[in-house]
Design a protein around this ligand. Sequence first.
Ligand code: AMP
Ligand code: MG
Length: 342
Amino acid sequence: MNTEYLRITDERADADAIRRAGAVIQDGGLVAFPTETVYGLGADAFNAEAAQKIYAAKGRPSDNPLIVHIADIASLDEVACDVPDQARQLAERFWPGPLTMIFRKCENLPKETTGGRDTVAVRFPSNTCAQALIAAAGGFVAAPSANVSGRPSPTNGTDVMEDLDGRVDIVLDDGETVVGLESTIIDMTCEPPEILRPGAVTVDQIREIIPAVVQHASGADDEARAPGMKYRHYAPKAPLHLCNGAVVVDQIQMACDEDKQKGLKTGVLTCTENAPFYRADCVQVLGSERKPEEMAHRLYSCLRAFDRAGVDVIYSECFNPEGIGYALMNRLEKAENQTETE
Ligand code: AMP
Ligand code: MG
């Protein structure tokens, strides 16, 4: 397949590119598009065959559900049933934005879109290019992140092309995403509602509307509750080790020196403050510890840079798990666990 790569530059080019991309989705094709979290790989949510193409393009297991993206709050009731009042309050407060909510799905939404489930995940993104595309595509775009399954999510058009060139009809490039980590996911079908994946909308913010909200703790029911979690996610190719403690820099440097002697190519993931102290083959800097948003935003680019450098092992510092730092540490912990088991 020949992938058309369209850079969103000015308003007039936008309108034309987006109209065409919307038509491609309406015809059952695939379009990779920017959102404020990460790039998405979109198809018509009501077209079962098109949804299946997403799984094929990504190499994604077919029981890992997609998120249905909408471009206005009213559309929620066309894909979801039994929407509780608290969900409407969350929508008022956080939509458009990086929050995904799970509901019972409407009868006519195909199960191919929802990974065979009778629930549906719904999000209204704030990126204006995404909103225009969703509207041009008929209002309901099913999309996971626009990476090959198992790789870090893409946060710019170049990373999308690295994974999906030749596998999708169109890639819309709108530059760097703002958040850089996937949306917060909250399951509204249970009581109390439960956060399945942390993101830029934090548990403290949600608690202001739902005081009883709980955070999902990894455990035996993960497969049933947070299906994406059982698959390799968020991970670079090399094993990643998280290191913590007062002498973390010394510890990491010692481990690197030992690995180097064994002939291994080493990688270190660090913050601006500690970067000068490392001697490794590839040092990736997330940003200043004082700017957790910037660190979160750069995570996946740094993980992809390790892949490109071909390192054999990665050591990462632990960072302050407050605010968006909680989601950052969540992704790093997943990366550590998943590289360890594979
Ligand atoms: P991605 O954005 O690529 O991580 O893909 C969407 C993620 O949303 C999946 O991996 C699931 O973890 C989650 N998700 C989507 N729909 C549901 C659902 N109905 N129930 C639980 N989790 C869901
Ligand atoms: Mg993903």
